[in-house]
Write a protein that binds this ligand. Structure first.
Ligand SMILES: [Zn+2]
Length: 267
């Protein structure tokens, strides 16, 4: 073995050692129950509830009783097909509700309910408990869209965040179920509250809260003009846009229907 080869072999075994040490550290750092569960049967979205205590457990109980998360996931499983299971984990977390592309898992961070309730109450919402639960239904749909983009390699123009909002609107308006429409109305009103509370910031890839509020309000009105009074607080929705909302919604529906035809065809 030449000296250079010895050096290379030493480097390889050193890096192999580092990988091994890294794997051991990762195993040790993994909290019990944090490793990826294996789900049987046809691939689908699966709701799981992390074992929590105190206020977080109370929030989980309220969500479970309400059924919004389970209902949203059942609707998703009726409409979309998946190549692999996607866990929808209801849990406490520090990093914010998101789709974890590495583990292919949606984390719904229950901690966010309390702050959302306070903001909505402050803004004059007469029943912030109910509004927060409704918003979870929209959140599940939005995060599911990120999962679909990754698992189906969905091509799209514009930002993935806008696409995720349009998917949520499509899912929540397709059957005309009142709790679905309520969820989208609640999300529009929450974005409107956030638009007033926080600086408009698009650095996280999302449109501004004002734009998201206006989009949701417009698409709801496209299907349900009778909800106009509830959506009146959303002043980012320009009056001149409203007559075109039904057409906007139709375009959005056509886009999603054709994406799903492509998926069915293996595209
Ligand atoms: Zn998103």
């Amino acid at each position: 073995m030449r000296a250079r080869d010895v050096l290379a072999a030493t480097a390889i075994s050193a890096s192999a050692l580092l990988v091994a040490v890294g794997a051991i550290v990762a195993l040790v750092l993994l909290a019990p129950g944090e490793d990826r569960p294996v789900f049987a049967g046809e691939p689908r979205f699966v709701v799981t509830w992390a074992e929590e205590s105190g206020e977080i457990a109370d929030e989980q109980r309220a969500m479970r009783r309400d059924g919004a998360v389970a209902g949203a996931v059942a609707d998703l499983n009726r409409v979309v097909e998946l190549p692999r299971h996607v866990e929808v984990r209801v849990r406490s977390c520090d990093f914010g509700t998101s789709f974890d592309g590495w583990d292919e898992r949606i984390d719904l961070c229950v901690d966010e309910s309390a702050s959302a309730r306070d903001e909505l109450a402050e803004a004059g919402d007469p029943d912030p408990d109910a509004t927060v639960l409704r918003i979870w239904r929209e959140t599940v749909m939005h995060e599911a869209a990120h999962a679909l983009v990754q698992l189906h390699d969905l091509e799209h123009e514009g930002s993935e965040e806008d696409l995720a909002d349009s998917f949520a609107a499509w899912m929540l308006l397709r059957d005309g179920d009142v709790e679905d429409v309520d969820a989208l109305v609640a999300a529009a009103l929450q974005y409107d509250v956030w638009a007033g509370l926080y600086e408009s910031d698009t650095s996280d890839g999302h449109s501004t809260d004002a734009v998201r509020a206006a989009n949701y309000a417009c698409w709801v009105l496209g299907a349900h003009p009778e909800r106009a009074e509830e959506l009146a607080p959303v002043d980012s929705l320009r009056v001149s846009r409203v007559p075109g909302c039904a057409d906007e919604l139709r375009r959005l529906e056509r886009d999603w229907e054709s994406r799903f035809e492509l998926m069915d065809a293996g595209g």
